[in-house]
Design a protein around this ligand. Structure first.
Ligand code: B12
Length: 549
């Protein structure tokens, strides 16, 4: 940094993720006399350069977050010299994860990127009702509202919020994002009544940087008008001119004509019928099942391949993995637990009937129904349906199904929130990613245990999670929670049947050797229909994010 001016040194430190001594450099740049100049002419341009490098694929997300940490520290120092702290902001954004949803990381990344690029963010947290969001927007006279969700079921809160804003005659632009939605969902949400749009607009953003670019456009009087018109035109084009939009594609065929799956496959020997609670599952058995490629790429934002990626793994990801797995074991912020059960079952058409395990074991095979699932049947192709993988009532034989709920506990979420608060964005991001992949590895561990208890060869059968194609209905989580003692491991459901703690999954275990993952939908396009992924979380197959439309 020799030979650089104070401004250049600050710029260099933000771009090169060096936070130690930033306050001294700020003082040298005259921040005490000209805080707004240093913010506008030095810090924000530096962070913009970081965003552009990310956009150009030159930087991975963890490095962006490290630069954001320098920004956070710099702004914390600078703010004390601003006449009125709110004296300077590029805009005020009320941000929330919608009601019924506990997904945090997406919203938090948006908060980090916006608040470290000059915006004031009012982060209302998770499971936030529409009225609370609107009340906050009114209180602070927000420039925009930002909504986040993980699932299709909870994303439905977004049109509700837009319709309520419209009903009250309010005009806050609404930015939306999340794993289970897409641009088409955003465009449909814009139209509150027939072809009448919500006047202030609804803007789908695929990631935090698209959110930042959208806010910059909306806050620029020169560009705002064009942005509103462009979004409206594109939406009209897509929603009303696009042929099959709005035409709900059947979620599975109503037919019950059975597929060609063998009806007399081998029945496993069942060691017990009933449920089990596993509280102290050793992390030493879970970490070896981590999918490192998914951790490094999907969770930690690794990009590309070859020497550059290998260098990032060697210098950044591997050391982080070793450090965090050791800390998690030492400090206990990952607590793998599971409840599972083996139930006597029979199928009838698209339904799977679960019988009371105790009655079946103690009353000489009494078949007393305790629960029932209805699964969609594939439209056309093999007409697959999960029920086909089990002996039918007419066969007179009784089959077995496994159900499992696994969680790595709430410790990871608490750690994430504490680190976010402290401005330790990168550590928060890494911890969250490890927690996610540990939850997936735990689901795999539990599945393998059920396989071995049923005496099945490794890899036989499949694990299906609700919310994916073969069993899309999240409401079924309520049935699973009724027959498995989920409260014994501290688990509960939100109003939208999302699992709490966040890093948890629920699945049905099919032992049939022909079981496979399949898409249920008829049109195969996947266009404008609900999520398409047919895989169970952790089943290591391609995970196509679908979108509600
Ligand atoms: C990681 C993951 C998990 C993890 C962690 C989830 C969590 N809560 O953190 C685990 C393994 C625990 C999990 C569990 C489940 N999952 Co999951 N999961 C995913 C996965 C692979 C990535 C989601 C993620 O965290 N992405 C990383 C974050 C940073 O991205 P993001 O949240 O999308 O946010 C970014 C953008 O969307 C945008 N953004 C988001 N919000 C906002 C807001 C604004 C204002 C703006 C501007 C931008 C913006 O910017 C963010 C940062 O760039 C997605 C598939 C995918 N590839 O997206 C499936 C996915 C979300 N899961 C799915 C399902 C079904 C489940 C389960 C219900 C399965 C089950 N039955 O157990 C459970 C539910 C868990 C629960 N607690 O209830 C489905 C949802 C489909 C549906 N039916 O709704 C998906 C879409 C997979 C699929 N293809 O079908 N899951």
């Amino acid at each position: 940094m020799a030979g650089m001016t104070a401004d250049q040194r600050i710029h260099w430190m933000v771009v090169h993720r060096k936070k130690e001594g930033i306050e001294d450099q700020l003082d040298a740049a005259g921040v005490r006399e000209q805080p707004v100049r240093v913010l506008n002419e030095v810090l924000l341009p530096a962070m913009k350069e970081v965003g552009d490098k990310f956009g150009a694929g030159e930087l991975i997300l963890p490095f962006v977050l490290q630069s954001a940490e320098v920004m956070k520290r710099a702004v914390r120092h600078l703010e004390q010299f601003l006449e009125k702290a709110e004296g300077y902001t590029k805009g005020k954004v009320v941000l929330a994860t919608v009601y019924g949803d506990v997904h945090d990381i997406g919203k938090s990344l948006v908060n980090t990127i916006l608040s470290n690029n000059g915006y004031t963010v009012y982060d209302l947290g998770k499971q936030v009702p529409v009225n609370t969001i609107i009340a906050k927007a009114d209180e602070v006279q927000a420039d925009a509202i930002g909504l986040s969700a993980l699932l299709v079921s909870t994303s439905k809160q977004m049109p509700l919020c837009v319709q309520e804003l419209d009903r009250r005659g309010l005009t806050y632009p609404v930015l939306i994002g999340g794993a289970a939605i897409n641009r088409r969902f955003g465009r449909r949400t814009l139209f509150v009544e027939g072809e009448r749009p919500y006047s202030a607009g609804v803007y789908y953003c695929k990631d935090a940087f698209e959110g930042l670019a959208m806010m910059d456009e909306l806050m620029d009087p020169e560009r705002r008008g064009a942005a509103v018109v462009r979004t409206l035109d594109e939406a009209r084009n897509d929603v009303f001119l696009h042929t099959n939009v709005g035409k709900d594609v059947a979620v599975g065929s109503t037919g019950t004509e059975r597929s060609a799956v063998r009806a007399d496959g081998p029945l496993p020997s069942v060691p017990f019928f009933g449920t089990r609670v596993l509280r102290d599952i050793p992390l030493s058995e879970i970490f070896p099942l981590l999918d490192l490629d998914e951790l490094f790429r999907l969770q930690w934002g690794g990009r590309g391949s070859g020497p550059a990626f290998e260098r990032t793994v060697r210098e950044e990801f591997q050391p982080a993995l070793e450090r965090l797995t050791a800390e998690a074991a030492r400090e206990g912020w990952l607590t793998p637990r599971a409840v599972y059960g083996l139930f006597p079952v029979q199928s009838r058409g698209n339904e799977l009937i679960l019988y009371d395990p105790a009655a079946y074991e103690s009353d000489g095979g009494a078949l007393r129904e305790t629960a029932r699932f209805t699964f969609p049947r594939q439209i056309g192709r093999d007409r697959l349906c999960i029920a086909d993988y089990f002996r039918s009532v007419d066969s007179g034989e009784v089959d077995v199904v496994g159900l499992q709920i696994v969680t790595v506990g709430d410790g990871a979420t608490q750690r994430f929130e504490a680190l976010q608060q402290a401005g330790e964005y990168t550590e928060a991001f890494y911890s969250h990613g490890l927690a996610v992949e540990s939850a997936e590895a735990l689901a795999e561990w539990m599945h393998r245990r059920i396989r071995s208890e049923l005496g099945l060869p490794a890899g036989q059968g499949k694990r299906y999670s609700w919310g994916y194609g073969a069993c899309p209905d999240l409401d079924d989580h309520a049935t699973v929670f009724r027959v498995l003692p989920a409260d014994a491991i501290g688990m509960e459901l939100t109003s939208a049947f999302q699992l709490i703690p966040e890093q948890s999954t629920a699945a049905i275990i099919v032992h049939h050797p022909e079981a496979k993952y399949y898409a249920v939908r008829g049109d195969g396009t996947g266009e404008g229909v609900a999520p398409t992924a047919t895989a169970a979380i952790g089943a290591r197959t391609t995970d196509a994010t679908g979108a509600a439309a």
